[in-house]
Design a protein around this ligand. Structure first.
Ligand code: 5GP
Length: 139
């Protein structure tokens, strides 16, 4: 795990940003290439590359910060809705391998969309994948 990701350099002030919020575990700032006005990145200070590698303390802090930031972004921007997106791994669209959540406001005039073409879940496949995942859940 790299200790000096791009986001660690932003957190440490080496690279400038429009900072919104910081506590012991998380740091939030405006995305440099926003999809919409107020597009925010909420980053764990712990430089875990993907969320499955994040410590419980950092995960809890992210969970606490998300609604706090979402409320502020909604109020300040007047957004009518918002998406929270979180990519893990290059193949999933992650370009900075350091856990972060995008909070992306949606306006009446917004053109962006995160809809996809859903498929039906076959009962046998549902049973087997649910059983396999349950077996691997370790708290
Ligand atoms: P990902 O594609 O990994 O989910 O998201 C990475 C995000 O980081 C992108 O939306 C990108 O615009 C943003 N980003 C990349 N470099 C910088 C930077 O130097 N400063 C800021 N504020 N955002 C950045």
């Amino acid at each position: 795990m790299s200790e000096h990701t791009l986001f660690t350099r932003i957190i440490e002030g080496e690279i400038p940003c429009y900072k919104l919020y910081e506590n012991d575990h998380v740091f939030a700032f405006l995305d440099i290439n926003p999809l919409a006005k107020g597009h925010t990145l909420l980053v764990s200070k712990e430089p875990a590359p993907t969320i499955d590698q994040l410590s419980p303390d950092s995960a809890a802090a992210i969970g606490k910060a998300l609604p706090i930031l979402s409320r502020a972004i909604k109020k300040a921007t007047g957004a009518i809705a918002y998406n929270i997106i979180q990519n893990n791994g290059r193949e999933a669209g992650m370009t900075v391998p350091h856990v972060h959540f995008h909070i992306i406001p949606k306006y009446a005039e917004s053109k962006h969309s995160f809809t996809w073409q859903p498929e039906s879940l076959e009962p046998l496949e549902g049973q087997s994948i649910a059983a396999a995942i349950q077996l691997d859940i370790n708290e």
